[in-house]
Write a protein that binds this ligand. Sequence first.
Ligand SMILES: [Zn+2]
Length: 81
Amino acid sequence: MSNELLSALLAGDAPIYHPNTGQEIAKGEEIKLSPSARAGLEAPRFCQLCGRRMVVQVRPDGWDATCSRHGDVDSVYLGRR
Ligand SMILES: [Zn+2]
């Protein structure tokens, strides 16, 4: 299974779609994430690569989110080491 989403997040790529609203982000537009989302504490609801709604599971110790096309991300990979 490809995991482009995790790769993009780890590389710090600028999102194409807003992870909280799923809206396409215009070129040059600055995205505003809540502090908890920036810290990786808040699960994204939409894939930042394609804007699809992701399957999100929130656990006591974090979350995981899956895009049917771009793979899954787990909060343990995002700086909660
Ligand atoms: Zn996707």
